[in-house]
Design a protein around this ligand. Structure first.
Ligand SMILES: Cc1cc2nc3c(=O)[nH]c(=O)nc-3n(C[C@H](O)[C@H](O)[C@H](O)COP(=O)(O)O)c2cc1C
Length: 364
């Protein structure tokens, strides 16, 4: 047990943070309808309000038009989107905050409505049997198109370009969204990847696309500015299932990441109850910490006390808070002063405007 807690500053070769409280990436659907551009008056203010976190990670941000699967979510592939994000990063930096952008491709968690009628893409042509949030409401997902090798190579380039754009926009780094049942996890897991080429079958093959993206990103920014997020026990969400190869796949990926010098690896404890799910791991930080030598962020359902404990035990270096940050812009100050937290309102997670977004009060 160490005496460190979530308020202790954190310094590694790659990160220098004033505390260990990270804001988890959260989609809030407040980007401009026109062009999926980050908005200064809404998104800029929202991130500025939360800049006392050791590190902010933005909501998932699409790397291409093909990567889109939700309404009003920001992108980072057009010049206007880069300009939009510049204003956001400036606001955070003016408050001495640090901010990474989460780079996102939803894969099959999308709908032809977003693609002029074309099918969303994925590792294999398997419908996740989920819902897509479109401009005309929730719609059933469809059977996606299996990505060709050409599609994969183009998507690697899209991530590379988005990474370069992120640096232009002033971000301190990027987080690859390889989590929660989206495109990369659709390649990792056997339930969504039945390919027989070099991107399917063995564990190494299912991880190949992710590592190709990582290697491409390293060409446009120092690897020290790159983080990656995984949800190894993601089950029952967006068509994801844990099978006997799932945890070994993540063990392979996370061990292989020791060959890189990344900013961090960001892991989620399961979002759903997996205590009865065969082959799932219920204690992600404990399971994966011994496998990874770099900075480890852990997330999901932490409060101050649990966060302090996971750090004191040495099971993680940083703790990411999601929903508590939605309703407590001054979460860090509340932790410092032991002040009770405001409850979040789930009804305004994805609605338009300032309500439930930038209007949560700070402490009196
Ligand atoms: C409104 C909302 C939006 C989210 N959007 C994203 C996202 O864009 N990217 C992502 O990796 N996780 C996303 N998540 C998951 C959160 O990052 C986090 O893992 C989850 O809320 C659990 O952490 P918590 O218990 O501290 O809230 C989202 C969660 C919520 C509540």
């Amino acid at each position: 047990m160490s005496t460190k807690n979530v308020l202790t500053p954190y310094k590694s070769n790659n990160l220098d943070l004033r505390n260990r409280v990270v804001m988890a990436p959260m989609t809030r659907s407040r980007a401009a309808n026109e062009g999926n551009v980050a908005t200064d008056d809404l998104q800029g203010l929202y991130y500025e309000q939360r800049a006392s976190a050791g590190l902010l990670i933005t909501e998932g941000s699409q790397v291409s038009a093909e990567a889109v699967g939700y309404i009003n979510t920001p992108g980072i592939y057009t010049a206007e989107q880069v300009e939009g994000w510049k204003k956001v990063t400036k606001r955070v930096h003016d408050k001495n905050g640090k901010i990474f952008i989460q780079l996102w491709h939803v894969g099959r968690i999308s709908h032809p409505d977003f693609h002029n009628g074309a099918l969303p893409v994925s590792a294999s042509a398997i419908n996740p049997e989920a819902k897509a949030f479109t401009y005309t409401g929730f719609k059933d997902t469809v059977t996606p198109k299996e990505m060709t090798i050409e599609d994969i190579k183009r998507t690697v380039k899209d991530f590379q370009t988005a990474g370069a754009n992120a640096i232009k926009a002033g971000f301190d780094g990027v987080e690859i969204h390889s989590s929660n049942g989206y495109l990369f996890q659709q390649f990792f897991n056997g339930c969504s990847n039945t390919r027989t080429d070099e991107y399917g079958g063995s564990i190494e093959n299912r991880a190949r696309f992710f590592f190709e993206v990582l290697d491409a990103m390293k060409e446009v920014m120092p690897e020290q500015k790159i983080g990656a997020r995984f949800n190894p026990s993601c089950h029952g969400m967006f068509g994801m299932e844990v099978d006997k190869e799932t945890i070994p796949t993540f063990e392979y990926i996370i061990k292989k990441l020791n060959e890189y010098d990344l900013a961090y690896v960001h892991l989620s404890e399961p979002f759903t109850d997996v205590s009865e799910v065969p082959f799932a791991v219920t204690e992600i930080a404990k399971h994966f910490r011994p496998l990874y030598n770099g900075t480890l962020i852990i997330n999901t359902a932490f409060d101050k006390e649990k966060g302090d404990k996971v750090i004191a035990n040495g099971d993680a270096d940083l703790v990411a808070y999601g929903k508590p940050f939605i309703s407590n812009p001054d979460l860090v100050e509340r932790f410092e002063q032991g002040v009770a937290l405001t409850e979040w309102d789930a009804d305004t997670f994805y609605t338009a405007g300032a309500k439930g977004y930038t209007d949560y009060p700070t402490m009196k």
